[in-house]
Design a protein around this ligand. Structure first.
Ligand SMILES: *Cc1c(COP(=O)(O)O)cnc(C)c1O
Length: 366
């Protein structure tokens, strides 16, 4: 017997997520000691010292199971955002919440899920794994949102519409008013999921944040993560702001302890450390402007970004630029896996990292 035949077809055909390259892989491959990683949109300042202390203090508690459904963390987020904690659901990264939303709403072979093309690949991968049709329509050529085209894909079998705002990989962001207006045109048979992984970096924040929308429109869910601005990518923590009905079903079906004790304590502490948040925002804002300017001087087309990364089209082959940077110990993200082989995505780094990148780009492009 061929044991492969026992595996579901959706699983046999599954193409795994392509993560950004790891630091250790590159050190080995190129025999380098110093690596600059500007590939995965992590916080260039690392982990806040205050949060480090908290993690150390709670390490001894790791033999305990966490409290089911993380009430302390939900309350902390509720206080931070000034919203009802019943509307908050925490997950093992927002990835877990994306996966759960698909599984609780979309029936395989019957329902469909809608998003732009290109989009964050987890939406498509988890839909496929569930045997759920995934429909996409192209972004505008300048990477802005074509809401009319998105509406045309939506029918009464659509259960989820994913919108990444600010968008990954372009950095484009639509305003809250634009999104609210789009949501008003949706049929009542689907949810709009606004993935705000990068919302902290959008300015002015109040024009872009959709955190209040789930309270006036039960069809809207907002996803946030601690992986980017809060610097906790390795601890895996995200949350959703959702209608209490949706939040309640998520709590019923989740694996009970997917958010671990240290992630919970670190998340609460990260929300309190506003000094670290302000430092992060300042360094991203400054670095984004600087990279934008310098890369434009080198004849790169740089797309405007409201996130902690920028997307660019270099004047020569993107693959060559990527390889040349790698050989100098700088890891960025080629966008071939997003179907954009001519484009690159660079996470904003520290001032020194940004400078190293610019120096390397000057060498490569001269
Ligand atoms: C990074 C990112 C996330 C966050 O994922 P986590 O699982 O919370 O680390 C979600 N959506 C998009 C579009 C992202 O780029």
């Amino acid at each position: 017997m061929d044991s492969k035949t026992l595996i579901r077809p959706e699983v046999r055909e599954f193409e795994p997520y392509t993560p950004g390259l790891g630091i250790d892989e590159i050190k080995q491959k190129y025999g380098l000691n110093n690596i600059i990683k500007m590939a995965s949109n992590e916080n260039p300042l690392g982990l806040s010292p205050f949060v480090q202390e908290i993690i150390k203090n709670y390490a001894v508690q790791s033999f305990r199971y966490p409290a089911a459904n993380n009430p302390e963390l939900c309350n902390g987020i509720g206080r931070y955002l000034d919203i009802d904690p019943a509307a908050i659901f925490c997950g093992n990264g927002s990835d877990e919440i994306i996966d759960l939303l698909i599984r609780i709403t979309a029936a395989p072979g019957q329902n469909n899920i809608v998003a732009f093309e290109p989009c964050f690949s987890i939406y498509k991968l988890q839909a496929r794994l569930c045997g759920v049709e995934f429909r996409q329509t192209a972004l505008n050529p300048d990477f802005t949102f074509d809401f009319d085209a998105l509406l045309k894909l939506i029918d009464h079998n659509t259960r989820l519409v994913f919108l990444t705002n600010p968008d990954n990989p372009s950095g484009f962001a639509a305003t809250k008013d634009d999104i609210d207006h789009f949501a008003a045109h949706l049929p009542p048979t689907c949810f709009l999921v606004i993935d705000e992984a990068y919302i902290d970096f959008a300015t002015p924040f109040s024009q872009y944040s959709c955190a209040e929308l789930p309270f006036k429109n039960k069809q809207i869910a907002v996803l946030r993560t601690f992986s980017k601005m809060y610097g906790l990518a390795g601890l895996r923590l995200g949350y959703g702001i959702l209608s209490p009905v949706l939040a309640d079903y998520l709590r019923r079906v989740r694996l009970p302890f997917s958010v671990n004790i240290l992630a919970e304590k670190a998340g609460i502490a990260a929300l309190q450390d506003t000094t670290f948040q302000d430092m992060t925002l300042a360094i991203i804002d400054k670095g984004r402007k600087k990279l934008n300017q310098e890369l434009k001087k080198l004849n790169c087309r740089v797309y405007p970004s409201q996130a902690n990364f920028i997307m660019l089209k270099p004047p020569v082959s993107a693959e060559k630029v990527f390889e040349e940077l790698l050989s100098r110990g700088i890891i960025i993200r080629p966008l071939k896996s997003y179907g954009l082989p001519d484009l690159l995505r660079i996470s904003i780094g520290t001032e020194r990292e940004n400078q190293s990148l610019v120096t390397a780009m000057k060498e490569i492009l001269s």
